[in-house]
Design a protein around this ligand. Structure first.
Ligand SMILES: NC(=O)c1ccc[n+]([C@@H]2O[C@H](COP(=O)([O-])OP(=O)(O)OC[C@H]3O[C@@H](n4cnc5c(N)ncnc54)[C@H](O)[C@@H]3O)[C@@H](O)[C@H]2O)c1
Length: 349
């Protein structure tokens, strides 16, 4: 069988440590090109991964290289236009999170995917871990019972990505830690719950580090216009139509002990606790409260994000992190920002 021709759009950090690293290990994939307006960045990764062709313009790369699949590893505002342009050209798309800047844009991606019959997957890597594989199965096999409340979050003590660069510019990023970190863990808990319909969302956002000279462990952006008009913390509460609720907190910087991501899933038969890769499950057996620490080294998650997407393309399967789920998630994110702005709960249509 002929190899799939793969190209990468964007030559920044995630293109390097995640997508090129990932696809370079998948059999049956040939990395043919990379594009980035920052030609030096593109050349650096071309050399590292032995990529024969380098472009500054992704449209020219699509025309000349005719790749079968691409990764979109650019600032968030480019996710929708690049993905749509690629699918129009018959290219399958593995797009980084967040899927888009808004639910409206996510529906445009879905329309294009359906029109051109292409595969589209969001780079929600947290779904592919051993822990997530265990939790999903544990819930599906009924150990938790009915899930009625979930608490989740991702908080950093100091970790504003590229302060003053595209991450902190709302026009380019869509927002702060809610759209950056929140899409990972809100997605994860909704995925565990089977993506139930959302009733309403209430949120508050704070921007306390924009003008501060306080330490930022992730440093200032190398380039950018210095704009910081996003939140550095978001908290909120989601009501689902099935009666369950989600409580969330996401921050890039807070005066707390240390960084952590977490979820706590409460069911009427059991509970699951996750913090920074550590997992515990709780329930009651023979009139005794029990706490189990699963060894998630075995069995390992059978899915590798990159092999999985190639399998979806070759064997006409539905990708695990779909555009449809991405649109549902973006409705929550849109609702949360609207709620924070208006200071009231937003009922989602
Ligand atoms: N899945 C994850 O855990 C994860 C982690 C980090 C970042 N991300 C996502 O990946 C994306 C990129 O983040 P990053 O940290 O690599 O950012 P980055 O700033 O390191 O890299 C972005 C690159 O895109 C390039 N770019 C800008 N316009 C372009 C264009 N028109 N065509 C091609 N390239 C263009 C920039 O020059 C830059 O080199 C973001 O959407 C981010 O949310 C995901």
């Amino acid at each position: 069988m002929e190899k799939l021709k793969y190209a990468c759009v964007g030559a920044g950090s995630v293109a390097d440590y995640k997508h090129l690293n990932g696809y370079s290990k998948v059999e049956g994939v040939e990395i043919v090109a990379i594009s980035d307006p920052d030609i030096e960045a593109a050349k650096r990764l071309a050399e590292k991964y032995n990529i024969p062709h380098v472009y500054t313009d992704y449209e020219e790369m699509f025309e000349r290289e005719e790749p079968n699949l691409i990764s979109v590893c650019t600032p968030n505002y480019l996710h929708a236009p690049i993905s749509i342009k690629a699918m129009e050209k018959g290219i399958h798309v593995h797009c980084e999170k967040p899927i888009t800047l808004s639910a409206k844009e996510a529906y445009e991606v879905i329309e294009s995917k359906n029109k051109y019959k292409r595969k589209f997957m969001i780079g929600l890597n947290n779904r592919f871990t051993n822990e997530s594989f265990f939790v999903k199965r544990y819930i599906e096999e009924g150990y938790i019972g009915e899930i009625y409340h979930v608490k989740t979050g991702w908080r950093r003590r100091r970790g504003i990505p590229g302060k003053g660069g595209w991450f902190t510019n709302k026009k380019l990023s869509g927002g702060g830690p809610l759209i950056d970190l929140g899409v990972h863990f809100l997605d994860l808990v909704l995925y565990f719950m089977g993506y139930p319909e959302v009733q309403s969302v209430s949120a508050a956002t704070y921007s306390k580090f924009s003008n501060s000279n306080s330490l930022n462990s992730w440093n200032y952006a190398k380039s950018g216009d210095g704009i910081y008009d996003v939140e550095d913390m978001a908290v909120g509460f989601v009501r689902l139509k099935n009666g369950a609720t989600i409580d969330f907190e996401f921050s890039w910087a807070s005066n707390i002990e240390g960084d952590y991501n977490h979820y706590e899933i409460l069911g009427d038969k059991g509970g699951i606790w996750f913090k920074n890769g550590q997992l515990k499950v709780f329930s009651e057996i023979v009139e005794t409260l029990i706490e189990i620490v699963p060894d998630t080294n075995y069995p390992k998650s059978p899915l590798n994000e990159f092999e999985h997407f190639v399998d979806c393309i070759k064997n006409d399967k539905e990708p695990l992190a779909s555009a449809e789920e991405g649109a549902k998630l973006m409705k929550i994110i849109d609702g949360a920002y609207e709620s924070a702005e208006k200071g009231k709960e937003i009922v989602l249509g």
